[in-house]
Design a protein. Structure first.
Length: 228
């Protein structure tokens, strides 16, 4: 199925230049991969060095795989806010501070403030994300108002919204970091059309890292990890 162009309706007499399509917007929510501040559960089980390596490698690999794809425009929304100028982030991508609040507050801020066009949001702790997964989500938004990528633990690794004619507000009273996260979010979207992309596992602990096979072994060993 072709990707929807998301072209606004052209008014009579309007300039051809004003009919340019909205861009698809990929937002990567990223936390500065500083030792002791990332993947704390993984650090408790597998050690601080393993957790920090995972955060750094997974973030860099994800940005390399999907961050510069011409089919969408990517920006990094980072935390803490002061890390916008950090050397951890690659050049060539816009960086925006996530701001205050819980995860839902920060994702709602993205939906409210991102430039016009359909938005897909992902995090950096899912080694399995590929450009095909992102493209699938944008295609789903051609026919649905919202899209989710389920995670096996009852949460979700991807959320997206068409934001036309209105921006949804799906994150109120969600029980984050629990098996209820997706169910609670969907309850806030009653009456809206919702589609689902692929189911992927995020990495919160040593067992989850082990499920990623060679990637997990390379992280634990401290070996160089290819971007793709």
């Amino acid at each position: 199925m072709p990707v929807a162009s998301f072209r606004p309706k052209k008014k009579e007499g309007a300039s051809r230049h004003r009919a340019a399509p909205f861009r698809c917007r990929l937002i990567i929510m990223a936390k500065a991969p500083v030792a002791g501040a990332v993947k704390t559960r993984l650090a408790r089980q597998g050690g601080l060095a393993t957790a920090t390596r995972f955060a750094r490698h997974c973030t860099a690999a994800l940005i390399a795989r999907v961050g510069f794809d011409p089919r969408w425009e990517t920006s990094l929304w980072v935390t803490p806010d002061a890390s916008c100028t950090s050397r951890h982030w690659p050049g060539g991508l816009a960086r925006v501070p996530q701001g205050r609040g819980n995860l839902g507050d920060r994702m709602q801020r993205i939906l409210d403030r991102a430039a016009p066009g359909p938005v897909v949001i992902v995090g950096t702790d899912i080694p399995g994300i590929t450009p095909a997964h992102i493209m699938q989500a944008f295609r789903i938004l051609g026919g649905a108002q919202c899209v989710f990528g389920r995670a096996a633990d009852g949460g979700y690794w991807l959320v997206g919204a068409r934001r036309r004619p209105h921006t949804p507000r799906p994150f109120a009273d969600v029980r984050w970091s629990s098996e209820h996260a997706l169910t609670d979010t969907l309850a806030n979207l009653a009456g809206r059309s919702v589609g689902f992309a692929a189911t992927l596992d995020d990495v919160d602990d040593a067992a989850a890292l082990a499920r990623y096979g060679s990637f997990g072994r390379l992280v634990v060993a401290g070996s160089t990890i290819p971007a793709a």
